[in-house]
Design a protein around this ligand. Structure first.
Ligand SMILES: [Zn+2]
Length: 210
């Protein structure tokens, strides 16, 4: 699948799963110095490959009639300082709830380790600005995910599939936490408990054969 075809496929999936409504949210995928990104102002479930612009890492439009998403500067800033090959940004409901009410998503489930543990909420700045890009970059340091204050969430991955699954996981973790707060006081996993999970993942149980 070409980079642009991947954007169409995951754009559709993002809408199907309710992670994105209307024209909110944007995806990008990188190959070398080129980045295919979803266009500005287009519904993610109605994209065609030709609609998706290709920019270079310096932000110059290389191919495509439509303008790149207004969050492209944020995508490029993240590519500049991480080894990410794909980025997914949505305004998913539970992610946005956490991003508007808290300063971080604490690890209430051990799967948070897949995103780097605590997920930080990047300080608010106007969408599309270099300030927002810098805030997101800082919150993402050493992690696969960040939330953006009063805005949404962003995840990165080595492939678009990975970045997309990270977005699904981020939304699930936010939902568990928010629903947990409605029921009682969610327990936060300790450093030791999380370290034990990492240890366990390196030493999975071996079942003897008969
Ligand atoms: Zn946004």
């Amino acid at each position: 699948m070409s980079l642009r075809e991947q954007l169409c496929a995951y754009g559709r999936r993002a809408v199907e799963l309710g992670l994105v409504i209307g024209t909110s949210g944007n995806l990008s995928v990188r190959q070398g110095d080129l980045v295919a990104v979803t266009p500005s102002g287009a519904a993610l479930d109605r994209l065609t490959p030709e609609m998706c612009p290709i920019v270079d890492v310096e932000g110059y439009l290389v191919e495509g009639e439509l303008q790149p998403s207004s969050e492209t500067p944020m995508h490029l800033a993240v590519y500049e300082t991480t080894d990410a090959q794909a980025i997914v940004h949505t305004h998913s409901v539970f992610g946005t709830v956490v991003a508007t009410t808290m300063t971080e998503l604490p690890p209430v489930h051990y799967n948070a380790l897949l995103l780097g543990g605590v997920v930080k909420v990047a300080e608010y700045a106007t969408y599309g600005t270099p300030e927002l890009a810098a805030n997101v970059r800082a919150a993402l340091e050493g992690k696969q995910a960040a939330l953006m204050a009063n805005h949404g969430g962003v995840t990165i991955g080595a492939t678009l599939e990975q970045a997309f699954e990270a977005t699904r996981l981020l939304e699930w973790l936010c939902e568990v936490y928010v629903r947990g707060l409605g029921v009682g006081k969610p327990t936060i996993l300790t450093e030791e408990q999380l370290a034990a999970v990492v240890e366990r993942s390196f030493n999975p149980p071996q079942f003897p054969r008969r």
